[in-house]
Design a protein around this ligand. Structure first.
Ligand SMILES: Cc1cc2nc3c(=O)[nH]c(=O)nc-3n(C[C@H](O)[C@H](O)[C@H](O)COP(=O)(O)O)c2cc1C
Length: 359
């Protein structure tokens, strides 16, 4: 089942394995994708669907060092070899649109860009910069309602460029404490205008981004990733979380987003998501569901087997195994990921994980 083809929207996937989005910081210092990135993703095209690393839809969203952008012609040209490398091997690839929002430091931003967020309050966690190591996160500029509309339009524009660059679709990153979750999360968003103060108002930005992106490229090419109960980037649970997310997911279903991707970082030390809530999310969303976090073959097969998910995403195992699908299918041993090179520049720990054939 795991290794059988699957139809996602209008796309046929060669199997139900998904490469989870992983920031690797291998773009150029001015945020342009590199030939090494084409090589890296091409190596991993034996999974049914690759979701790229977090990629910013605007200059203001480039709050981490060496993450890629997708908002101008230079980015489109530099992404084309990446999508081509994946397609040539029969793979599929969505780009994850990640706006860092308040998870940002000025030293990482290009000239003229600024750190933005729902509130003018700094994230209470430091940010890595190439220039000065760990530094405090910037105090963001709190977006006005007019400015929010401009950011929504940036996502839609970036999604159009993604299709031009050859991506099969986009994943809107509404998880892990980046801009969209900064609006969703009541611990971060304490606005009192149309974008905060109630569950409906906190969901509004996510839904506006989803709607604009659907209008730009079609619902069959748009997915969303969420992380309720996640704690990353100083978010965390809040009163009314479950009801708010269930409403969000119902509305995403009405927009006919092609998939809902649930982050479960219990395997990385985050609080467990109650199983009953995961089941409610799954049944509130009528289209494709992707589960992720700490998966192995047995767990993936069990979840698909009893209908708890449609696709299963793997992060670190795919990072460390270019031939992940082949190894999993034959129950062969996996390379262990090397944490020390997750985010470092250069090809070490990026392109040199061996395939089994090479070991
Ligand atoms: C190096 C690294 C970078 C990551 N970057 C992102 C990212 O850009 N976007 C995202 O949604 N999740 C990101 N994640 C989380 C993964 O997508 C995934 O949810 C997590 O690794 C748990 O899955 P796993 O147990 O299969 O590794 C990252 C994880 C790792 C290890």
């Amino acid at each position: 089942m795991l290794f059988d083809p699957y139809v996602l929207g209008k796309l046929s996937l060669r199997n139900r394995l998904v490469m989870a989005p992983m920031t690797r910081n291998r773009a150029s210092t001015d945020n342009v994708p590199t030939p090494s990135m084409a090589n890296y993703y091409g190596q991993r095209a034996d999974v049914g669907l690759i979701i790229s690393e977090g990629t910013s839809p605007s200059a203001d969203g480039l709050g981490y060092a060496r993450i890629p952008g997708l908002f101008n012609a230079e980015h489109v040209a530099a992404w084309k070899p990446v999508t081509h490398a994946v397609h040539q091997k029969g793979g599929r690839i969505f780009v994850q649109l990640m706006h860092t929002g308040r998870a940002s430091a000025a030293a990482n931003l290009p000239a003229g860009a600024r750190t933005i967020g729902p509130m003018a309050e700094a994230m209470p966690e430091p940010i890595y910069t190439d220039a000065n190591g760990m530094v405090p996160a910037d105090v963001p500029h709190a977006l006005s309602e007019q400015e929010i509309a401009e950011v929504v339009a940036q996502y839609a524009h970036s999604a159009k460029l993604a299709i031009e660059a050859g991506f099969d679709g986009v994943e809107l990153h509404a998880a892990n404490g980046y801009l969209i979750e900064q609006f969703l999360n009541a611990n971060v968003n304490r606005r009192t205008d149309g974008y905060g103060g109630s569950a409906q108002a906190r969901n509004r930005f996510a839904l506006e981004v989803a709607r604009a992106t659907v209008l730009a490229i079609g619902a069959d090419k748009v997915g969303m990733r969420i992380s309720p109960y996640g704690a990353f980037n100083a978010t965390g649970a809040f009163d009314g979380l479950e009801a708010q997310y269930l409403e969000l997911v119902r509305e995403l279903g009405e927009l006919k987003l092609v998939y809902l991707h649930l982050v479960n970082h219990a395997s990385m030390g985050a609080p467990e998501i109650p199983g009953s809530f995961i089941a409610q999310l799954r049944s509130a969303f009528p289209l494709v569901f992707i589960a992720s976090g700490g998966m192995d073959r047995a767990r993936a097969e069990a979840l698909i087997g009893y209908g708890a998910t449609d696709l299963v995403a793997f992060g670190r195992p795919v990072l460390a195994n270019p031939d992940f699908a082949a190894r999993l299918a034959q129950d062969l041993p996996l390379n262990a990921p090397d944490f020390s090179t997750f985010y470092t520049p250069g090809d070490a720990g990026y392109l040199d994980y061996p395939t089994l054939a090479a070991t």
